[in-house]
Ligand binder design. Structure first.
Ligand code: IFM
Length: 448
């Protein structure tokens, strides 16, 4: 049986996507409060003001996790709950929420995996430049250190940053996520500061004397050429540098890739502008694991656009898609995991997110039947199993997501949850068929 006996089957969420209660217990404003309240930024004007109301329903939600038999739960700590002004004045009432949550998870035998930043930056820090400003790195180190001090005796798994590519590219280059900027140089400076903040948090963790595990989560793309031509194969290398290597290389090889730097230079920007002496060593401070978020493959072709390549839309009629139109390509996960093993020094891996958005509906019998989610997960578990059999050191798997939730600029339309949230009817939770199936998978350690 390839899944090791202590394999960590879990599910994941993030603070802004589920908590709501944005004005309670001294929480400060985050950039996603600002962004979602700006006309035209989020579908249907949706906001995270109430979200899944998890801030009030956390105890029931933990009971639900226990019913599913989850071995681990990945959640994020909202920085503006702990530090409403982004500085060093701790809001004890905000901390108390996570304190209770962690204790209850442990009581129910569920291992907490805490992410220190999943995009809800204190607005006060954004007002001073956000991640473009190097001071935000030190503010983050303080936030991280506080979390280690207050919760580190009970939280055994820490994730520093979630998806720096998304934060930098969607938030600072494409303008479709908070804070909504469109500036290539900012995107590069932000990418560097996010990596640096990871390194600073790992250093703080080591100094704290805690003996759990700490790592970063990257969204990585398995990338393929549209055609078998030299030009499209070169496009794969370009795209891989842009999405994957410019994060992986500094973290695990201690360098930024020269080829991506040249591409950005041709576009008039300097990928190393924000780099100072010692930064690369800080970023490469050894982690205990790498978290991998995987949803679908990426197909690219050569192009005159922007960086010399472009992403091809899902166009293969032989490949099914999610209801967001994302291709279902489980072999990409196998390729990605085995590639990490091949190209980078050995490091334990976790799949920290994987899942599918479907237009789930409550049936006449009151149940939510989602066979396509079961098929999606089954295929991805099988791909994972193959990767483990081929020597990949994978320690756990967190399905995205435990609950339907606020899907950023797309609002509440997409449903990624194992558990349906009936927003209009008192936030009723209905475990979908996939949740019951996943409970079997966990019980049988992968044989569901
Ligand atoms: O909902 C997001 C999550 O916040 C980060 N990773 C991708 C998910 C689905 O888009």
């Amino acid at each position: 049986m390839p899944f090791p006996p202590d394999f960590l089957w879990g599910a994941a969420t993030s603070s802004y996507q589920i908590e709501g209660a944005v004005n309670e217990d001294g929480r400060g404003q985050s950039i996603w409060d600002t962004f979602s309240h700006t006309l035209g930024k989020v579908e249907h004007g949706d906001t995270g003001d109430v979200a899944d109301d998890h801030y009030h329903r956390w105890a029931d939600d933990v009971a639900l996790m226990a019913d599913l038999g989850l071995r681990a739960y990945r959640f994020s700590i909202a920085w503006p709950r702990l530090f409403p002004e982004g500085g060093t004045t701790l809001n004890e009432r905000g901390l108390a929420f996570y304190d209770r949550l962690v204790d209850r998870l442990l009581e129910r035998g569920i291992r907490p995996a805490a992410t220190l930043f999943h995009w809800d930056l204190p607005q006060a820090l954004q007002d001073r430049g956000g991640w473009v400003n190097r001071d935000t790195v030190e503010a983050f180190a303080h936030h991280a250190n506080t979390c280690f001090e207050k919760l580190g005796d009970r939280v055994p798994i820490w994730i520093t940053q979630n998806e720096p590519w998304v934060i930098a590219v969607l938030g600072y280059l494409r303008g479709i996520h908070a804070p909504g900027h469109e500036n290539l140089q900012e995107m590069l400076d932000v990418s560097h500061h996010l990596l640096l903040s990871h390194g600073r948090a790992v250093q703080a963790y080591r100094s704290s004397g805690r003996n759990g595990q700490i790592g970063i989560t990257l969204n990585l793309f398995a990338t393929y050429p549209k055609t078998d031509t030299d030009a499209d194969r070169a496009a794969v290398i370009g795209s891989d540098g842009y999405t994957n290597r410019r994060f992986l290389d500094p973290l695990f090889l201690g360098t930024y890739p020269d080829d991506t730097r040249a591409v950005f230079a041709a576009a008039g920007a300097d990928a190393l502008a924000a780099v100072r002496d010692g930064d690369l060593a800080t970023i490469a401070t050894p982690s205990d694991f790498l978290g991998v978020n995987y949803y679908n493959r990426r197909v690219v072709s050569a192009s005159d656009e922007e960086f010399g390549w472009k992403v091809e839309p899902a166009a293969d009629p032989g490949i099914n898609t999610s209801d967001l139109g994302w291709e279902i390509t489980p072999w990409g996960l196998y390729d990605l995991l085995t590639r990490l093993k091949r190209d980078y020094p050995p490091l334990p891996l976790y799949v920290t997110e994987n899942g599918i958005s479907l237009d789930d509906r409550i049936g006449p019998d009151g149940a939510v039947d989602d066979p396509r989610r079961i098929e999606y997960l089954r295929a991805h578990f099988e791909a994972t199993e193959r990767a483990i059999a081929d020597g990949v050191d994978l320690r756990g798997y967190f399905v995205w997501s435990l609950l339907d939730n606020f899907e950023w600029a797309m609002g509440y339309g997409p449903r990624f949850g194992l558990v349906y949230v009936d927003y209009a009817n008192d936030q009723r939770r209905i475990p979908k068929a996939s949740a019951h199936w996943y409970a079997d998978v966990i019980r049988s350690n992968g044989r569901g």
